[in-house]
Design a protein. Structure first.
Length: 131
């Protein structure tokens, strides 16, 4: 039962991040005025990272007795998501607020790369269950 729960929770982490990263922001930009999109994203990203932190931590705890390598990778997702939520997101917001477009571009690119890495690692951890 623990293995099944760990598998489903890790799949939820993978799928949730993938859906958010690949669909949510794009839909917002197509559906809402630009000014509204910025405000919605500012309110959404801390919640997204809270989901990633909580889910990755729970996954790591469940996976630890089964596969320490995957558990370590899931802990790395949680720890880097904490940094993204507490440091990177506020820095992105400050760059936006002060009109630092180059800095915003660099920080946003870092956030996107980190999220892509999280998705890849969560997918890898999920696939390890199939072996």
């Amino acid at each position: 039962m623990i293995e099944a729960t760990a598998l489903l929770l890790t799949a939820l982490l993978f799928g949730g991040m993938l859906l958010f990263a690949s669909g949510f922001a794009g839909v917002l930009y197509k559906s809402l005025p630009k000014e509204t999109v910025g405000q919605v994203l500012r309110e959404t990203f801390p919640r997204f990272y809270a989901f990633v932190i909580t889910t990755a931590t729970a996954c790591a705890a469940l996976v630890w007795p089964i596969d320490q390598l995957s558990a370590g990778a899931l802990v790395a997702i949680a720890v880097t998501a904490i940094a993204a939520r507490q440091i990177l997101t506020p820095a992105i917001n400050r760059a936006t607020d002060t009109g630092q477009t180059t800095r915003f571009g660099w920080l946003h690119g870092l956030a996107v790369g980190l999220t892509l890495a999280h998705i890849v690692v969560a997918g890898w951890a999920t696939i390890r269950f199939l072996d």
